[in-house]
Write a protein that binds this ligand. Structure first.
Ligand code: CMP
Length: 139
């Protein structure tokens, strides 16, 4: 996969609150091109694997329960410097610390229910993209 790409999920809280359209609009307005997109629901096993790096954290089981609580929207986004620029667009993990205008500031309620995920490196962007998408679903 190209390295000018990142992976994102609109999380169950934002889907439930009706924010899919508004969040995708923000992503487009910021110059990202959507090259893969799907609405899906993770199984418990999926969420445990996706967040395996956090398995020893005290919030892990609560995070897994949250991520399987409803559908998500998964997407791959293309833009120069995609990983870093997208993390700026979504803002700090805790919406209370997120800058004005960021997606988490606008749409997130708490550090766990924080509306959106963004990959933290090119390597993880690739791993996370292939976790959710088949090659024929990436454009
Ligand atoms: P995300 O960027 O998807 O990466 C890991 C997720 O774990 C994070 O967003 C939050 O949803 C969740 N998370 C991170 N830190 C905490 C915390 N201190 N308490 C609860 N959930 C957290």
């Amino acid at each position: 996969m190209k390295t000018n790409r990142t992976f994102t999920m609109i999380k169950p809280d934002a889907v439930e609150n009706g924010y899919i359209g508004a969040i995708l609009a923000k992503i487009n307005e910021a110059g990202f091109k959507i090259v893969a997109l799907k609405m899906t629901q993770m199984s418990k096993r999926d969420a445990q694997l996706f967040y395996a790096v956090h398995a020893q954290r005290p919030f892990f089981s609560s995070l897994v329960d949250f991520m399987v609580s409803g559908p998500i929207v998964a997407a791959i986004l293309e833009k120069e410097n995609a990983v870093e620029d997208f993390r700026k667009l979504i803002g700090a993990t805790n919406p209370a610390d997120a800058e004005d205008g960021t997606i988490r500031k606008l749409f997130a309620a708490s550090i766990q229910n924080n509306a959106i995920h963004g990959s933290d490196s090119d390597e993880n962007a690739m791993i996370e993209s292939y976790f959710h998408f088949a090659t024929r679903e990436m454009f």
